[in-house]
Design a protein around this ligand. Structure first.
Ligand code: AHR
Length: 493
């Protein structure tokens, strides 16, 4: 039988709650329709924000929200998104479908959204097509309480007190859509732009430099060498794409081979974090600079018949498992990974919520993030054991069949487990070492009879968490039965 030893008295670091962060870009139906419908909409809303989505997001306990992009950030000009809506300048969203953006959702609306869902704001500034003074003015506009031009402009637009803003990104994917730069050039620009990203009053910015594309370790090396002392965080983007960028594979029509390849590619995040972090250790051995994985998740072909520039995809049990795999990896690297933002929050890529008109559904990914939010700000515990192997005939390699991660907060231990094998159930013996007394548990499971199972607007609860009773206590250890393709969270008592 597979075995896991959870060491209740051996912590490996703190799981920053921001690992459970999200990302919302002006892309497709994420902001418009998905979150913002405007005050005059027939969809029930509060100040233009749809009530159903806000309620679901609040329940998820989202710690931090990144906005306005993504690629959109490097062509966003913040002044277009303030003041009376009827006067706001329109623009073409050239990255995402070439649609006209009316800028009705801007800085004030973003901060209000963060208040409504109780998340910390994370803003990404424009380096690719913006200027140093434009970025500096935006920060003054948002965070200064002085009798100054930008603070007074904010007051004129109805907001007297400055907002609190900690997380600020200096550009996005500047190796690609954010300017096609070489790392040396971007590092120089980063140093210049961040100089004028000022701390006003007691507002202290946590400055995040634009990081590497996937396995571009040289980018990390150059950024650390030239800019380490000017940054608090360095971002990393990695998407799980089962096929190629030209044909990524369908979100709901897939077989076991695609499942295996997707899981294997998802686990690549572990190697990426190890290697980028090792590169960073050369300049920052004490791990002062955090890795900010501010875009991660599955990227499939868009749903047939939808705008290719809107990146709308369904979300199945495969997404649930990929979410769990990534969260386990982030927990493992919690000494270096200080934030991660799933892409994206609503209607785009591996979304937690999908909408269609006035209808809304929670995806399997939503449920995993909700089940796992017990780990936010908890101490990650060391886990050792035998986790089995899962492979697929004809495909290279294999991966651990079972994933186990554990944490402790306020004396309570949570153990989360997944079984990545889509056809075979398995048992695993869980021993809690370093803790007094016997164990009992309460549990929740997410599983389905079909790996393609997903929620639809007619059947919103086809995949939903259920109470878990599949563990029994034997000789002071828990024997946990994990169905095929399942995710379980246990609260040990
Ligand atoms: O999340 C979609 C896009 O993926 C983002 O805009 C960009 O940063 C990345 O390439």
């Amino acid at each position: 039988m597979l075995k896991a030893v959870v060491h209740a008295d051996w912590t490996i670091g703190t799981i920053n709650r921001n690992i459970y962060g999200h990302f919302a870009e002006h892309l497709g139906r994420c902001i418009y329709e998905g979150i913002w419908v405007g005050e005059d909409s027939e969809i029930p809303n509060t100040e233009g924000f749809r009530n159903d989505v806000i309620e679901a997001l609040r329940e998820l306990k989202i710690p931090v929200l990144r906005w306005p992009g993504g690629c959109f950030a490097d062509e966003y000009h913040w002044r277009d998104g303030i003041g009376p809506k009827e006067n706001r300048k329109m623009m073409i969203n050239t990255h995402w479908g070439g649609v006209v953006e009316n800028n009705h959702f801007g800085t004030h609306e973003f901060f209000r959204l963060c208040e409504l869902i109780d998340a910390e704001p994370y803003i990404c500034g424009n380096v690719g097509s913006g200027t140093v003074s434009e970025m500096a003015d935006w920060i003054e506009y948002m965070t200064s309480d002085a009798d100054s031009p930008m603070a007074n402009l904010r007051r004129a637009n109805g907001r007297d007190k400055p907002w609190k803003l900690k997380y600020f990104g200096v550009g996005n994917e500047n190796w690609g859509c954010g300017g096609n730069m070489l790392p040396e050039f971007y590092a120089d620009l980063y140093n210049q732009f961040q100089t004028y990203a000022r701390n006003y009053g007691d507002n202290k910015l946590y400055k995040i430099a634009g990081g590497a594309n996937t396995d571009d370790y040289r980018w990390t090396e150059v950024l650390m060498k030239k800019s380490e002392r000017h940054m608090h965080g360095l971002s990393l983007h990695y998407y799980t794409v089962p096929g190629t960028w030209q044909d990524k594979g369908a979100a709901t029509e897939f077989g076991e081979r695609d499942w295996f390849v997707t899981m294997k590619k998802a686990t690549y995040m572990d190697e990426l974090l190890t290697r980028h972090s090792t590169e960073m250790d050369r300049y920052d051995p004490n791990k002062r600079v955090g890795i900010i994985v501010d875009e991660w998740g599955n990227w499939f072909n868009v749903e047939p018949g939808t705008n290719p520039g809107f990146l709308y995809q369904q979300n199945t049990m495969r997404d649930a498992l990929v979410a769990a795999v990534n969260l386990h990896i982030f927990h493992k690297h919690c000494n270096r990974v200080q934030m991660a933002n799933i892409a994206q929050m609503v209607n785009v890529l591996q979304a937690v919520i999908l909408t269609e008109g006035s209808k809304m559904l929670r995806t399997p990914t939503y449920h995993v993030l909700q089940m796992y939010n017990v780990h936010q700000d908890a101490e990650a515990l060391a886990v050792h054991g035998e986790f089995g192997q899962y492979g697929f005939e004809g495909e290279e390699g294999s991966l651990a069949q079972v994933g186990v991660t554990a944490s402790k907060k306020d004396g309570v231990v949570h153990v989360s487990l997944y079984n990545v094998n889509p056809t075979e159930a398995t048992d695993i013996e869980v021993e809690l070492r370093g803790s007094e007394g016997s164990i009992s548990y309460e549990g929740t499971i997410l599983a389905a009879s079909d790996i393609r199972a997903h929620n639809t607007f007619n059947q919103t609860n086809a995949v939903a968490p259920q109470p878990f009773n599949g563990a029994e206590l034997k000789g002071g250890k828990l024997k946990v039965s994990l169905p095929a393709a399942s995710v379980v969270v246990l609260k040990l008592k």
